[in-house]
Design a protein around this ligand. Structure first.
Ligand SMILES: NC(=O)c1ccc[n+]([C@@H]2O[C@H](COP(=O)([O-])OP(=O)(O)OC[C@H]3O[C@@H](n4cnc5c(N)ncnc54)[C@H](O)[C@@H]3O)[C@@H](O)[C@H]2O)c1
Length: 356
Protein backbone atom coordinates (compact mmCIF):
# COMPACT_ATOMS: atom_id res chain seq x y z
CA UNK A 1 0.00 0.00 0.00
CA UNK A 2 1.59 3.27 -1.11
CA UNK A 3 -1.16 5.71 -0.09
CA UNK A 4 -1.40 7.06 3.46
CA UNK A 5 -3.47 5.18 6.02
CA UNK A 6 -6.55 7.34 6.63
CA UNK A 7 -7.84 7.44 10.20
CA UNK A 8 -11.16 8.29 11.78
CA UNK A 9 -10.85 9.33 15.45
CA UNK A 10 -13.52 8.42 18.01
CA UNK A 11 -13.30 10.51 21.19
CA UNK A 12 -11.93 14.06 21.22
CA UNK A 13 -10.80 14.37 24.83
CA UNK A 14 -7.47 14.83 26.59
CA UNK A 15 -5.47 12.04 24.98
CA UNK A 16 -6.80 12.53 21.43
CA UNK A 17 -5.71 16.17 21.65
CA UNK A 18 -2.27 15.06 22.83
CA UNK A 19 -2.08 12.58 19.93
CA UNK A 20 -2.68 15.05 17.08
CA UNK A 21 1.01 14.77 16.11
CA UNK A 22 0.42 11.13 15.18
CA UNK A 23 -1.59 12.36 12.21
CA UNK A 24 0.76 15.15 11.24
CA UNK A 25 4.33 13.99 11.76
CA UNK A 26 4.51 11.65 8.75
CA UNK A 27 2.57 11.54 5.48
CA UNK A 28 1.79 7.86 6.17
CA UNK A 29 -0.86 8.39 8.89
CA UNK A 30 -3.47 11.06 8.25
CA UNK A 31 -6.75 11.93 9.94
CA UNK A 32 -9.90 12.17 7.85
CA UNK A 33 -12.70 12.63 10.40
CA UNK A 34 -13.53 12.99 14.10
CA UNK A 35 -16.53 11.61 15.99
CA UNK A 36 -17.57 12.67 19.50
CA UNK A 37 -20.89 12.98 21.30
CA UNK A 38 -19.63 16.41 22.37
CA UNK A 39 -19.73 18.49 19.18
CA UNK A 40 -17.63 21.29 20.61
CA UNK A 41 -14.88 18.80 21.54
CA UNK A 42 -15.10 17.19 18.09
CA UNK A 43 -14.80 20.59 16.39
CA UNK A 44 -11.76 21.56 18.48
CA UNK A 45 -9.94 18.33 17.66
CA UNK A 46 -10.97 18.50 13.99
CA UNK A 47 -9.44 21.99 13.80
CA UNK A 48 -6.27 20.74 15.51
CA UNK A 49 -5.78 17.81 13.10
CA UNK A 50 -7.00 19.82 10.10
CA UNK A 51 -10.13 17.88 9.09
CA UNK A 52 -13.60 19.13 8.23
CA UNK A 53 -15.64 15.94 8.69
CA UNK A 54 -17.17 15.67 12.15
CA UNK A 55 -19.80 13.26 13.43
CA UNK A 56 -21.97 13.11 16.57
CA UNK A 57 -22.56 9.40 16.00
CA UNK A 58 -19.43 7.34 15.37
CA UNK A 59 -21.44 4.70 13.48
CA UNK A 60 -21.94 7.23 10.67
CA UNK A 61 -18.19 7.79 10.50
CA UNK A 62 -17.58 4.03 10.32
CA UNK A 63 -19.72 3.94 7.16
CA UNK A 64 -17.25 6.22 5.33
CA UNK A 65 -15.42 4.01 2.77
CA UNK A 66 -12.52 6.49 2.60
CA UNK A 67 -11.50 5.63 6.17
CA UNK A 68 -9.05 2.71 6.58
CA UNK A 69 -8.50 2.66 10.34
CA UNK A 70 -10.01 3.94 13.57
CA UNK A 71 -8.22 5.46 16.58
CA UNK A 72 -10.42 4.90 19.65
CA UNK A 73 -9.83 7.43 22.46
CA UNK A 74 -12.99 7.13 24.55
CA UNK A 75 -13.47 5.92 28.16
CA UNK A 76 -12.49 2.24 28.58
CA UNK A 77 -15.99 0.68 28.85
CA UNK A 78 -16.57 1.76 25.22
CA UNK A 79 -13.40 0.17 23.85
CA UNK A 80 -14.73 -3.33 23.19
CA UNK A 81 -18.01 -2.34 21.50
CA UNK A 82 -16.27 0.34 19.44
CA UNK A 83 -13.46 -2.03 18.39
CA UNK A 84 -15.98 -4.64 17.26
CA UNK A 85 -18.11 -2.02 15.47
CA UNK A 86 -15.00 -0.77 13.66
CA UNK A 87 -13.97 -4.31 12.64
CA UNK A 88 -17.55 -4.96 11.47
CA UNK A 89 -17.26 -1.87 9.27
CA UNK A 90 -14.01 -3.24 7.79
CA UNK A 91 -11.60 -0.87 9.60
CA UNK A 92 -8.28 -1.57 11.30
CA UNK A 93 -8.15 -0.43 14.94
CA UNK A 94 -5.74 1.36 17.25
CA UNK A 95 -7.38 1.51 20.67
CA UNK A 96 -6.25 3.52 23.67
CA UNK A 97 -5.32 1.74 26.88
CA UNK A 98 -6.66 -0.12 28.74
CA UNK A 99 -7.51 -2.10 25.61
CA UNK A 100 -10.65 -3.58 27.21
CA UNK A 101 -11.88 -4.35 30.72
CA UNK A 102 -11.63 -8.15 31.04
CA UNK A 103 -10.01 -11.20 29.45
CA UNK A 104 -13.44 -12.26 28.18
CA UNK A 105 -13.68 -8.97 26.29
CA UNK A 106 -10.36 -9.76 24.55
CA UNK A 107 -11.77 -13.21 23.69
CA UNK A 108 -14.83 -11.51 22.17
CA UNK A 109 -12.63 -9.25 20.02
CA UNK A 110 -10.47 -12.20 18.92
CA UNK A 111 -13.59 -14.18 17.97
CA UNK A 112 -14.94 -11.26 15.97
CA UNK A 113 -11.57 -10.65 14.31
CA UNK A 114 -11.72 -14.22 12.96
CA UNK A 115 -14.54 -13.05 10.66
CA UNK A 116 -12.13 -10.54 9.08
CA UNK A 117 -8.59 -11.74 9.90
CA UNK A 118 -6.94 -9.26 7.51
CA UNK A 119 -7.96 -6.42 9.86
CA UNK A 120 -5.27 -5.46 12.38
CA UNK A 121 -5.75 -4.37 15.98
CA UNK A 122 -3.24 -2.75 18.32
CA UNK A 123 -3.62 -1.07 21.72
CA UNK A 124 -1.78 2.00 22.96
CA UNK A 125 -0.93 -0.02 26.09
CA UNK A 126 2.08 -1.07 23.97
CA UNK A 127 3.34 2.51 23.50
CA UNK A 128 6.18 2.17 26.05
CA UNK A 129 7.74 -0.59 23.95
CA UNK A 130 9.20 2.37 22.11
CA UNK A 131 11.28 3.43 25.11
CA UNK A 132 15.01 3.38 24.32
CA UNK A 133 15.96 2.07 27.75
CA UNK A 134 13.31 -0.67 27.51
CA UNK A 135 14.67 -1.76 24.13
CA UNK A 136 18.24 -1.75 25.38
CA UNK A 137 17.34 -3.69 28.54
CA UNK A 138 15.41 -6.21 26.44
CA UNK A 139 18.40 -6.71 24.10
CA UNK A 140 20.76 -7.20 27.08
CA UNK A 141 18.45 -9.79 28.68
CA UNK A 142 17.86 -11.55 25.36
CA UNK A 143 21.63 -11.58 24.70
CA UNK A 144 22.31 -13.24 28.08
CA UNK A 145 24.27 -10.32 29.58
CA UNK A 146 22.39 -10.61 32.88
CA UNK A 147 22.54 -14.41 32.99
CA UNK A 148 19.36 -15.98 34.40
CA UNK A 149 17.02 -13.19 35.43
CA UNK A 150 15.53 -14.24 38.76
CA UNK A 151 14.14 -11.07 40.37
CA UNK A 152 12.37 -7.92 39.23
CA UNK A 153 11.26 -5.13 41.52
CA UNK A 154 8.94 -2.67 39.77
CA UNK A 155 7.83 0.27 41.89
CA UNK A 156 6.11 3.39 40.65
CA UNK A 157 4.47 6.13 42.61
CA UNK A 158 2.60 8.21 40.08
CA UNK A 159 2.81 11.98 40.04
CA UNK A 160 -0.33 12.51 38.02
CA UNK A 161 -2.71 11.64 40.84
CA UNK A 162 -1.94 14.47 43.20
CA UNK A 163 -4.36 14.99 46.02
CA UNK A 164 -7.00 17.43 44.83
CA UNK A 165 -6.74 16.47 41.13
CA UNK A 166 -10.10 16.64 39.38
CA UNK A 167 -10.94 13.90 36.92
CA UNK A 168 -13.86 13.26 34.55
CA UNK A 169 -16.58 11.22 36.22
CA UNK A 170 -15.82 8.01 34.26
CA UNK A 171 -12.43 7.70 35.98
CA UNK A 172 -14.10 7.21 39.36
CA UNK A 173 -16.64 4.70 38.12
CA UNK A 174 -15.39 1.08 38.12
CA UNK A 175 -18.08 0.15 35.58
CA UNK A 176 -16.62 2.65 33.12
CA UNK A 177 -12.93 2.61 33.96
CA UNK A 178 -12.50 -0.90 35.36
CA UNK A 179 -10.63 0.46 38.36
CA UNK A 180 -8.37 3.34 39.36
CA UNK A 181 -4.57 3.39 39.23
CA UNK A 182 -4.64 -0.34 38.44
CA UNK A 183 -6.52 0.10 35.15
CA UNK A 184 -4.89 3.40 34.35
CA UNK A 185 -1.30 2.14 34.57
CA UNK A 186 -1.49 -1.65 34.98
CA UNK A 187 -1.84 -2.48 31.28
CA UNK A 188 1.22 -0.35 30.51
CA UNK A 189 3.24 -1.98 33.30
CA UNK A 190 2.49 -5.54 32.23
CA UNK A 191 3.04 -4.76 28.55
CA UNK A 192 6.41 -3.17 29.40
CA UNK A 193 7.48 -6.06 31.66
CA UNK A 194 6.48 -8.58 29.01
CA UNK A 195 8.44 -6.63 26.37
CA UNK A 196 11.59 -6.10 28.44
CA UNK A 197 11.74 -9.61 29.94
CA UNK A 198 10.83 -11.38 26.67
CA UNK A 199 10.91 -15.17 27.06
CA UNK A 200 11.64 -14.84 30.80
CA UNK A 201 8.16 -13.37 31.37
CA UNK A 202 6.04 -16.44 32.06
CA UNK A 203 3.73 -15.49 34.94
CA UNK A 204 1.87 -18.44 36.47
CA UNK A 205 0.65 -17.30 39.88
CA UNK A 206 -0.16 -13.90 41.33
CA UNK A 207 -0.92 -12.70 44.83
CA UNK A 208 -2.02 -9.10 44.96
CA UNK A 209 -3.74 -6.41 46.96
CA UNK A 210 -5.49 -3.26 45.82
CA UNK A 211 -7.24 -0.48 47.63
CA UNK A 212 -7.20 3.05 48.89
CA UNK A 213 -5.16 4.81 51.50
CA UNK A 214 -7.93 7.24 52.28
CA UNK A 215 -11.55 6.93 53.34
CA UNK A 216 -13.78 6.47 50.32
CA UNK A 217 -15.82 9.47 51.41
CA UNK A 218 -12.88 11.86 51.07
CA UNK A 219 -13.94 13.68 47.93
CA UNK A 220 -10.71 15.69 47.80
CA UNK A 221 -8.94 12.64 46.43
CA UNK A 222 -10.87 11.67 43.32
CA UNK A 223 -8.92 8.55 42.36
CA UNK A 224 -9.73 7.17 45.78
CA UNK A 225 -13.48 7.66 45.67
CA UNK A 226 -14.68 4.33 44.32
CA UNK A 227 -11.62 2.96 42.59
CA UNK A 228 -8.23 1.78 43.75
CA UNK A 229 -5.35 4.15 44.43
CA UNK A 230 -2.68 1.50 44.94
CA UNK A 231 -1.81 -2.02 43.88
CA UNK A 232 0.91 -4.39 45.04
CA UNK A 233 1.48 -7.83 43.61
CA UNK A 234 3.95 -10.68 43.76
CA UNK A 235 4.05 -12.55 40.46
CA UNK A 236 5.69 -15.96 40.29
CA UNK A 237 6.83 -17.14 36.86
CA UNK A 238 7.20 -20.70 35.57
CA UNK A 239 10.99 -20.43 35.55
CA UNK A 240 11.39 -19.25 39.14
CA UNK A 241 11.56 -15.54 38.29
CA UNK A 242 9.60 -13.49 40.83
CA UNK A 243 8.31 -10.02 40.11
CA UNK A 244 7.29 -7.53 42.75
CA UNK A 245 4.97 -4.95 41.18
CA UNK A 246 3.71 -1.80 42.88
CA UNK A 247 1.72 1.15 41.62
CA UNK A 248 0.76 3.82 44.10
CA UNK A 249 -0.89 7.22 43.80
CA UNK A 250 -2.33 10.10 45.81
CA UNK A 251 0.16 9.68 48.62
CA UNK A 252 1.66 12.24 50.94
CA UNK A 253 5.07 11.48 49.52
CA UNK A 254 7.24 12.03 46.47
CA UNK A 255 6.86 10.34 43.09
CA UNK A 256 9.10 7.32 42.74
CA UNK A 257 10.09 5.50 39.58
CA UNK A 258 12.27 2.48 39.95
CA UNK A 259 12.76 -0.86 38.24
CA UNK A 260 15.44 -3.28 39.41
CA UNK A 261 16.20 -6.34 37.31
CA UNK A 262 18.57 -8.87 38.82
CA UNK A 263 20.25 -11.76 37.05
CA UNK A 264 22.82 -14.41 37.90
CA UNK A 265 25.59 -12.44 36.11
CA UNK A 266 24.59 -8.80 36.55
CA UNK A 267 21.78 -6.40 37.36
CA UNK A 268 20.08 -3.37 35.85
CA UNK A 269 18.29 -0.37 37.31
CA UNK A 270 16.08 1.66 35.03
CA UNK A 271 12.72 3.36 34.97
CA UNK A 272 9.51 2.69 33.16
CA UNK A 273 8.83 6.30 32.23
CA UNK A 274 12.31 7.21 31.07
CA UNK A 275 12.70 10.80 32.10
CA UNK A 276 15.04 13.13 33.95
CA UNK A 277 18.08 11.73 35.70
CA UNK A 278 16.74 8.19 35.60
CA UNK A 279 16.67 8.03 31.80
CA UNK A 280 19.84 6.00 31.79
CA UNK A 281 20.39 2.31 32.29
CA UNK A 282 22.49 1.52 35.33
CA UNK A 283 24.32 -1.77 34.93
CA UNK A 284 25.79 -3.48 38.03
CA UNK A 285 28.10 -6.40 38.57
CA UNK A 286 30.41 -7.54 41.35
CA UNK A 287 34.04 -7.52 40.30
CA UNK A 288 35.59 -10.09 42.57
CA UNK A 289 34.12 -10.47 46.02
CA UNK A 290 33.89 -6.87 47.18
CA UNK A 291 33.60 -4.18 44.57
CA UNK A 292 30.27 -3.44 42.93
CA UNK A 293 30.95 -2.00 39.48
CA UNK A 294 28.36 0.45 38.13
CA UNK A 295 28.30 1.35 34.44
CA UNK A 296 25.89 4.00 33.26
CA UNK A 297 24.93 3.14 29.73
CA UNK A 298 24.34 5.98 27.28
CA UNK A 299 20.89 7.33 26.81
CA UNK A 300 19.35 7.00 23.36
CA UNK A 301 15.80 7.75 24.36
CA UNK A 302 13.49 8.72 21.49
CA UNK A 303 11.54 11.93 21.88
CA UNK A 304 8.55 11.59 24.17
CA UNK A 305 6.15 12.37 21.29
CA UNK A 306 7.42 9.34 19.38
CA UNK A 307 6.61 7.12 22.35
CA UNK A 308 3.17 8.65 22.74
CA UNK A 309 2.28 8.09 19.08
CA UNK A 310 4.09 4.74 18.71
CA UNK A 311 0.99 2.52 18.42
CA UNK A 312 -0.54 4.59 15.59
CA UNK A 313 2.71 4.45 13.60
CA UNK A 314 3.10 0.73 14.31
CA UNK A 315 -0.44 0.03 13.07
CA UNK A 316 0.17 2.16 9.98
CA UNK A 317 3.41 0.30 9.22
CA UNK A 318 1.69 -3.08 9.72
CA UNK A 319 -1.09 -2.09 7.30
CA UNK A 320 1.30 -0.71 4.70
CA UNK A 321 3.68 -3.66 4.93
CA UNK A 322 0.80 -6.15 5.21
CA UNK A 323 2.24 -7.76 8.34
CA UNK A 324 1.10 -8.31 11.93
CA UNK A 325 1.58 -5.38 14.34
CA UNK A 326 4.37 -5.81 16.94
CA UNK A 327 1.75 -6.82 19.54
CA UNK A 328 -1.06 -9.15 18.52
CA UNK A 329 -4.44 -9.78 20.13
CA UNK A 330 -3.05 -12.95 21.78
CA UNK A 331 -0.57 -10.71 23.60
CA UNK A 332 -3.40 -8.59 25.02
CA UNK A 333 -5.27 -11.77 25.97
CA UNK A 334 -2.27 -12.95 28.00
CA UNK A 335 -1.74 -9.57 29.67
CA UNK A 336 -5.43 -9.29 30.51
CA UNK A 337 -5.36 -12.82 31.97
CA UNK A 338 -2.65 -11.71 34.41
CA UNK A 339 -4.66 -8.63 35.20
CA UNK A 340 -7.91 -10.51 35.83
CA UNK A 341 -6.00 -12.92 38.11
CA UNK A 342 -4.62 -9.96 40.06
CA UNK A 343 -8.13 -8.54 40.49
CA UNK A 344 -9.40 -11.92 41.69
CA UNK A 345 -6.49 -12.28 44.10
CA UNK A 346 -7.12 -8.83 45.56
CA UNK A 347 -10.80 -9.70 45.98
CA UNK A 348 -10.31 -13.14 47.51
CA UNK A 349 -7.00 -12.60 49.32
CA UNK A 350 -5.80 -15.85 47.74
CA UNK A 351 -3.06 -16.47 45.21
CA UNK A 352 -4.53 -17.09 41.75
CA UNK A 353 -3.20 -19.11 38.82
CA UNK A 354 -2.87 -17.25 35.54
CA UNK A 355 -4.37 -18.83 32.39
CA UNK A 356 -1.87 -20.17 29.81
N1 LIG B 1 -5.75 11.50 29.67
C1 LIG B 1 -4.58 10.89 29.50
O1 LIG B 1 -3.51 11.41 29.86
C2 LIG B 1 -4.53 9.53 28.85
C3 LIG B 1 -3.28 9.04 28.51
C4 LIG B 1 -3.20 7.82 27.87
C5 LIG B 1 -4.36 7.11 27.61
N2 LIG B 1 -5.57 7.58 27.98
C6 LIG B 1 -6.76 6.75 27.73
O2 LIG B 1 -7.50 7.32 26.66
C7 LIG B 1 -8.90 7.10 26.84
C8 LIG B 1 -9.59 8.45 26.87
O3 LIG B 1 -9.07 9.21 27.94
P1 LIG B 1 -9.20 10.80 27.98
O4 LIG B 1 -8.43 11.24 29.15
O5 LIG B 1 -8.87 11.39 26.64
O6 LIG B 1 -10.77 10.95 28.28
P2 LIG B 1 -11.67 12.26 28.13
O7 LIG B 1 -12.79 12.11 29.07
O8 LIG B 1 -10.84 13.50 28.16
O9 LIG B 1 -12.21 12.12 26.62
C9 LIG B 1 -13.09 11.10 26.21
C10 LIG B 1 -13.89 11.61 25.03
O10 LIG B 1 -14.75 10.54 24.57
C11 LIG B 1 -15.99 11.13 24.20
N3 LIG B 1 -17.03 10.11 24.16
C12 LIG B 1 -17.65 9.51 25.21
N4 LIG B 1 -18.59 8.66 24.76
C13 LIG B 1 -18.55 8.70 23.41
C14 LIG B 1 -19.29 8.05 22.37
N5 LIG B 1 -20.23 7.16 22.64
N6 LIG B 1 -19.01 8.38 21.09
C15 LIG B 1 -18.05 9.28 20.80
N7 LIG B 1 -17.33 9.92 21.73
C16 LIG B 1 -17.58 9.65 23.02
C17 LIG B 1 -16.22 12.19 25.27
O11 LIG B 1 -17.21 13.13 24.88
C18 LIG B 1 -14.82 12.78 25.42
O12 LIG B 1 -14.63 13.87 24.52
C19 LIG B 1 -9.02 6.30 28.15
O13 LIG B 1 -9.09 4.94 27.87
C20 LIG B 1 -7.74 6.65 28.89
O14 LIG B 1 -7.35 5.63 29.81
C21 LIG B 1 -5.69 8.79 28.58
Amino acid sequence: MTEPVRYGIIGAGVIANAMTKAFKETPDSVALAVADVNREAAQKLADAVGVTQIYDDYHEMLADPEIDAIYIATPPFLHKPMTIDALRAGKHVCCEKPFVLTRQEVVDVIEFNKTAPHLKVISCSSRYQNSGTARKARAMIEGGELGEVYRVHFEHVTEGYRIGTLFPEWRNDPAKNGGGISFDWGPYDLDWLSFVLGDRFKPRVVFGTMGNYFPLSDKRIPPCLDVDGRLAAEIICDNGLTIHWERRAAEHGPARHNVEIRGSKSGLDLTFLSMGEKRKLHHYSFEGAEELKETILPDDEPEWDKTLTYSIHELTAAIKEDREPSSRLEHYLYIQGIFDALMESARTQQSVRIPE
